[in-house]
Design a protein around this ligand. Structure first.
Ligand code: MRU
Length: 349
């Protein structure tokens, strides 16, 4: 199996399989998810990661949670379902897609007229499958809207992994890249390593390389230099949550890239599906930023790289202020400032 065929999430014969992304690029290991606790843990440990993918995994996680409870009455089923959704929602706080997918699934089940547990499970499964299918279409559509931004000979810098591994296919930031590549445009990608967990070098570089895209991996502190060298024409990154004013949360280090891009006069694009836009969060300072364990910072893989007992900060995300964002490439088109108006026009109900 290689990156062009491997899928982060496989749903087959009512069984959920997740690719363990922590083992990439060295090993391709797929694990069956037998319990809701296992799904919670897979999300927490970043075996499945990336905003859209954890939304899809969460929705299937509800099926895993409920499939042995078809004997319950409607009320008891709905109560247990809500508890499972709250539990899965507690695994990671920053990407809104998880909360969005869990809420959409629970609401669909509640709104159905199904009277028995077995019927309710059918609605639940159907909704999770629908979210999964839509994710593929939405990413393709992001690609269609963004593809013309990449021109022959361009250098594109990206941070973390907003690729096919973070979604069901195509990715978000990578969707314009995959489509440009399919259409014969020659360009190079510079993939920031994305310390501490190296999603850029382990995942983005892996999947783009195997798809035949010309890709370099660089350490995070090289971004300024490659920009100064004139190697970068545009930046495209993904996001975990877009606030109503256009502030965007993404992997720690993204804001630094945006500040550099502004300094060097390079456009900074963010790519995401509608499910990542959170109009209920007015601005980025209201986004909860996940703090992760010290080991990720004090170690490089299994090797200790900082003194025992050292104090550590490990925020997993940062928030790029909207004034640094040139445009947001979405499945509904390219959204430009002033975001407080344009996001509401495109995504308000
Ligand atoms: O901690 P991760 O690996 O889940 O962080 C992922 C990112 O920051 C991605 O850029 C974001 O979720 C968008 S994925 C299409």
């Amino acid at each position: 199996m290689d990156a062009t065929t491997v899928k982060s999430i496989v749903w087959e014969h009512n069984t959920l399989h997740l690719l363990d992304q922590t083992r990439l690029p060295v090993e391709v290991v797929v694990e069956e998810q037998k319990t809701v606790e296992q799904v919670w843990d897979s999300i927490k440990q970043l075996k499945v990661r990336g905003a859209p993918a954890i939304g899809v995994a969460g929705a299937y996680g509800l099926v895993v949670a409920m499939r042995d409870h078809t004997a319950l009455s409607r009320d008891a089923f709905l109560e247990k379902l809500q508890a499972a959704a709250d539990y899965l929602d507690s695994s990671r706080p920053t990407a809104v897609n998880l909360h969005w997918a869990l809420t959409r699934t629970v609401e669909a089940v509640k709104a159905s007229e199904a009277g028995t547990g077995a019927e309710l499970l059918k609605v639940l499964t159907h909704t999770a499958e629908e979210i999964h299918r839509e994710d593929i279409e939405l990413c393709r559509s992001i690609g269609e809207h963004g593809v013309s931004l990449i021109k022959e000979g361009n250098g594109v810098l990206t941070h973390c992994n907003a690729g096919r591994l973070a979604t069901s296919e195509y990715g978000t930031a990578t969707a314009p890249m995959y489509l440009a590549h399919e259409r014969g445009v020659g360009f190079s990608v510079y993939s920031d390593e994305s310390r501490p967990l190296l999603q850029g070098s382990r995942l983005t570089a892996w999947e783009l390389q195997q798809a035949g895209v010309d890709v370099y991996t660089i350490t995070d502190n090289m971004a300024a230099f490659v920009m100064q060298q004139g190697l970068i024409d545009l930046v495209i990154v993904g996001t975990d949550r877009v606030a109503a004013n256009g502030d965007v949360a993404n992997k720690i280090g993204t804001m630094g890239v945006a500040i550099l891009a502004k300094h060097f006069g390079i456009p900074f694009y963010v790519a995401c599906p509608a499910s990542t836009v959170d109009l209920n969060t007015p601005s980025g300072d209201r986004i909860v930023i996940e703090e992760r364990g010290d080991d990720e910072v004090t170690h490089f893989g299994a090797r200790r790289t900082a003194p025992e007992g050292i104090k550590v900060r490990n925020p997993a995300f940062d928030v790029t202020p909207n004034e640094l964002v040139t445009a947001i490439i979405t499945d509904r088109g390219i959204i430009r400032p002033p975001y407080a108006e344009t996001l509401r026009e495109a995504f308000g109900t």
